[in-house]
Design a protein around this ligand. Sequence first.
Ligand code: ATP
Ligand code: MG
Ligand code: FE
Length: 339
Amino acid sequence: QLVLGIESSCDETGIGLVCTQRGLLAHRLFSQIDLHAAYGGVVPELASRDHVRRIVPLIRETMQAGGCTLQELDAIGYTTGPGLAGALLVGAAVGESLALALNIPAIPIHHLEGHLLSPMLSVTPPAFPFVALLVSGGHTQLMRVGAVGDYELLGESVDDAAGEAFDKTAKLLGLPYPGGPILSKLAGQGVAGKFKLPRPMLHSGDLMFSFSGLKTAVLTATKKPDFSAEQIPDLAAEFQEAVVDVLCAKARAALLQTGLSQLVVAGGVGANTRLRERLTKEISKRGGNVFFPELEYCSDNGAMIAFACAMRVQAGKAVPSVEGAFAIRPRWPLAEIGA
Ligand code: ATP
Ligand code: MG
Ligand code: FE
């Protein structure tokens, strides 16, 4: 079965082409970073308009790179939510129209399911069941993944997501957009421990997170009269260490609680070098295994949406939208999707 995947939930237009037998055949990504940089964040209206501009040429390129024609497609999966409404509508409208024209099913796909299954795109994929640590721009969640569509929420952030904390902290330190990756690069040049930041909810005894206080603590540190710009790398390093400490401890606790040994990390913060280092060391020390997506599949992309759709098709769990009556879900908890 040949599946096309469309991602347009935020500021990345992504297209993926997956064959249920042969795996990922091709994918293309257009990031709008330059478009939004001047505003210091994603401008929804500009994002939607740019998706409109990019999406059809990207589909053409992907099909060509994969050596397939549209007529060979068996299904089209598109991100239905969560995300920006106007941006989601572009992918939904294109996916639905194309499916209608080709007389094949259009399959609504949950964006987080795409992130969650993305480590399975790698050469050494994990097998079900596993614990997933989803750390993205909008979410920080621990989940028990039993099978495709079987997702049990174990814990999540009560306020900011980990990626959001990286981005907001970068912004208040005066770093350019997009802040997360830049902040983590600076952290690599500094020394953690010179500043003392809290490890929020480290000992809360559950699998919940909180990151908004950390951002405030960073702000307080920069307000001290003896604070100078040369100390930014040290402060960034301490901030990153605080986030990583909490993520590692809770991920370990989730493995203990579920009795599972495999941890899968997904989402943009999964690209963080320090997080990868620490998780790999600490989980393997305890006899567990950690799986990360390839770097290019950490943040938003079309390959993961095509792949999630293909896995659903293969498992007989692909639920097509009602023809002519598609809906987007800007807010959509993952636990609400059926198997
Ligand atoms: P969601 O998937 O929850 O809707 P999103 O799609 O915006 O949110 P992703 O694309 O998965 O999120 O990830 C983007 C986030 O990852 C941003 O917040 C970004 O700062 C963060 N990020 C990317 N690279 C790094 C890094 N090396 N270190 C820390 N954070 C990073
Ligand atoms: Mg993005
Ligand atoms: Fe995402």
